[in-house]
Design a protein around this ligand. Structure first.
Ligand SMILES: [Cu+2]
Length: 249
């Protein structure tokens, strides 16, 4: 049977260790959040990812504290005293304890897999008010809009769900704007998609996140998220410029 702390000294030790675990978890949790900054969230899809990431950090902080605090406490408080030559107490297996430490992690893993699936669903869905095709190639990007506009930078209106279709001309690349959260591969021979609803106006950097050759590091493109009227103006300007180009040929 699971042996619970019986004497008042045992209970005192457990209460001290319990309090230390809580304190260590809080300090470590905030420390991890501080040293592992998640870039400013700039899309609707980035929110669930950040939430899950933070949940994981807190769980990691707790599990680490649980193991390390118990271990260090035992090492210091129950260390061998001077002139103590006695043997340590002998323990047999503890079935109840083994069941507990098998079932608890199992339940946690199942809960986290459900939360993970839900987050994945939220981070990969959205509308298609704006559609863009992003083409990746060694080692740059072009962006094509439905009405024939082609651009070296991607411009999107803020707060409008965008469907980004991804194609590669050569090898596997990966579309990643850190502030937007999700990442999606570009696979030669097929079209993959990414739903992004930009929630912040600003300039961002698109990076290829799949090692794709010698100049992979330089496979960047500028992303601009602008108010809707500015987007419409940019689109009109592009249309005029490209029509004029065609007319003057
Ligand atoms: Cu690439």
């Amino acid at each position: 049977m699971l042996k619970l702390p019986q004497s008042s000294t045992d209970r005192k030790h457990f209460m001290i260790v319990g309090a230390l675990v809580v304190v260590t978890t809080i300090i470590l949790g905030f420390f991890l959040l501080a040293i592992l900054p998640i870039k400013a969230q700039a899309s609707v899809q980035a929110e669930p990812i950040r939430w899950l990431f933070q949940l994981h950090l807190w769980l990691i902080a707790f599990l680490f504290s649980l193991v390390v605090v118990f271990m260090l406490y035992s090492l210091f408080v129950f260390r061998r005293r001077k002139d103590d030559t006695s043997e340590g107490e002998h323990f047999e297996g503890n079935t109840a304890l083994e069941i507990v430490w098998t079932v608890v992690p199992l339940v946690l893993v199942i809960i986290f897999s459900f939360i993970g699936l839900q987050t994945l669903q939220q981070a990969t869905s959205g509308g298609d008010d704006v559609q863009v095709e992003a083409v990746g190639f060694q080692w740059s990007w072009t962006f094509d809009y439905p009405d024939g506009v082609s651009s070296a930078e991607m411009v999107l209106p803020v707060d409008k769900p965008a469907l980004i279709s991804l194609r590669s001309n050569d090898v596997i690349h990966s579309f990643w704007v850190a502030e937007w959260g999700p990442k999606q591969d570009l696979v030669p021979g097929m079209t993959t998609t990414l739903h992004i609803t930009p929630s912040k106006v600003g300039e961002f950097s698109l990076a290829c996140a799949e090692l794709c050759g010698l100049s992979h590091w330089s496979m960047l493109a500028k992303i601009r998220v602008v108010p809707e009227d500015e987007y419409t103006a940019w689109m009109d300007e592009k249309l005029v410029a490209q029509n004029l180009q065609t007319a003057s040929r």
